[in-house]
Design a protein around this ligand. Structure first.
Ligand code: ADP
Ligand code: ASP
Ligand code: MG
Length: 418
């Protein structure tokens, strides 16, 4: 007997037919003798609709009420899933975040889970009741409802798995695993049987939205075995159960992966804006002042490049922010120009960040240069470059994003054969 958390994303609970399909997976695991907690997202499209309601209601953004509104989608699916499970003869009950309770900080809209008290869930499981828990939400110290950021149900599922010491956390979605690239962009992308936490962390934070980045961080920190699999692909998981196999993609420790790829994945983030300050005074404290002005406005800066100063007096700094933060960032820098000096500020929206990721990069030279060659062959100009131990990212014009992803996927031999 194992203890499993099964998380169903928005498309997996999009309508009653899908919910029944998802419930069949739960029944299979129960029949195999496992103890189950279920975590559900809102029905596909619901969270977007609720956010639209908030925007329509007023220009005033009250983050606490926003959370109360957008968290409601998950409650509907948790209730429906419990009813469907009961109808199938499985004892089940729904839990809202505060009923568990999933305690978070008070950063409404992007709250972090502080603590989950597992007792209520463990008591239910001891009575063979399946707990169906709302993903994406928790409760702040003020007792107000919080949400964890878009895609946050993955994080709820992993946090619950850690709290109840589950043997595995299965993320059921509309793809049957983690692919070498987004299968919606690269038709020849291949499913990875296993991927290391570190690579998955980079993939998620660099655009592979199949898992929320924070969920991978948590899984890595608490050593939760994560498995991404499909609700819909008709795979015979029952067969797997009897063979004790795990179908889908297992996100696990690097040590469990025998064959380490040089490049495991290619990702893209669209909607990046780039800002350049020219003739910035070259002395200590200037970068701190520039980025301090942005941090004061809570603007998240991504890639940063500072040139070597030619004359020892001035330099140029270029960095990226999301398109949505571009105007705010320009204003912040222009209105605080007395804190530092520069000759000129310019920028533009409409860039994309393309990344290649793989733990094998640690031990292989030349991955970055071959990436630049592959892009040059397609006449794609590189605007910025950043690297870390296991990834290389470039900023390019957004309109060439898909072309670049496909070209790199082919270049690193990741295309599947047929
Ligand atoms: P859910 O609603 O189940 O949480 P998401 O839409 O958040 O599902 O995530 C699944 C989607 O992630 C897939 O439909 C796929 O298009 C996208 N995706 C992006 N990159 C990858 C990747 N490398 N592997 C698999 N899916 C990916
Ligand atoms: N419903 C939330 C969203 O759409 C959380 C999730 O699905 O993970 O972002
Ligand atoms: Mg998701």
């Amino acid at each position: 007997m194992a203890r499993l958390v099964m998380k169903f994303g928005g498309t997996s609970v999009a309508d009653m037919k899908s919910i029944r399909q998802a419930a069949k997976h739960v029944k299979r695991e129960i029949d195999a003798g496992h103890e189950i907690c279920v975590v559900v997202s809102a029905m596909a499209g619901t969270t977007n609709k609720l956010i639209e309601f908030c925007h329509d209601a007023s220009n005033i953004h009250d983050a606490r009420e926003y959370d109360a509104i957008v968290a409601s989608g998950e409650q509907v699916s948790a209730g429906l899933m419990s009813i469907v499970l009961s109808e199938m003869g499985i004892k089940a009950r729904s839990f809202a975040g505060w009923q568990v309770p999933i305690k978070t900080d008070d950063a409404h809209g992007a709250a972090r889970i502080i603590e989950i008290d597992p007792d209520n869930l463990l008591n239910c499981m001891a009575e063979n009741i399946v707990c169906v828990i709302t993903g994406f939400q928790g409760v702040a110290p003020s007792l107000r409802v919080t949400t964890l950021g878009r895609g946050g149900s993955d994080t709820s599922a992993v946090a619950i798995a850690a709290a109840i010491k589950a043997d595995r956390c299965d993320i059921y979605t509309d793809v049957d695993g983690v692919y070498t690239s987004d299968p919606r962009i690269v038709q020849k992308a291949q499913r990875l049987a296993k991927i290391s936490f570190e690579e998955m962390l980079e993939m998620a934070s660099l655009g592979a939205k199949v898992l929320q980045t924070r969920s991978v961080e948590l899984a890595m920190a608490h050593k939760v075995r994560l498995c991404v699999r499909s609700t819909f692909d008709g795979h015979d998981y029952e067969q797997d159960n009897s063979n004790d196999q795990v179908f889908g993609t297992l996100v696990c420790d690097e040590d469990e992966i025998m064959e380490k790829q040089v490049v495991s994945g290619v990702t893209m983030v669209k909607g990046e804006a780039k800002i350049t300050l020219r003739g910035v005074k070259d002395h200590p404290g200037v970068a701190a002042a520039v980025f301090g002005a942005l941090a004061d406005e809570r603007i998240i800066v991504d890639m940063i490049v500072q040139n070597v100063s030619d004359d020892g007096r001035s330099t140029d700094i270029t960095f990226t922010v999301p398109n949505s933060e571009y105007d705010k960032a320009m204003q912040a820098l222009e209105s605080t120009s007395n804190r530092f000096e520069y000759d000129d500020i310019s920028g533009s929206k409409g860039s994309a960040k393309i990344s290649v990721i793989g733990v094998g990069m640690r031990s292989h030279a030349g991955v970055a240069s071959s990436m630049f060659n592959a892009l040059a062959d397609k006449k794609i100009n590189i605007q910025l470059i950043t690297t870390s131990e296991i990834k290389t990212s470039v900023l390019i014009e957004e309109e060439y994003g898909e072309l670049a992803v496909r070209a790199l996927h082919t270049h690193y031999g990741l295309d599947k054969n047929n």
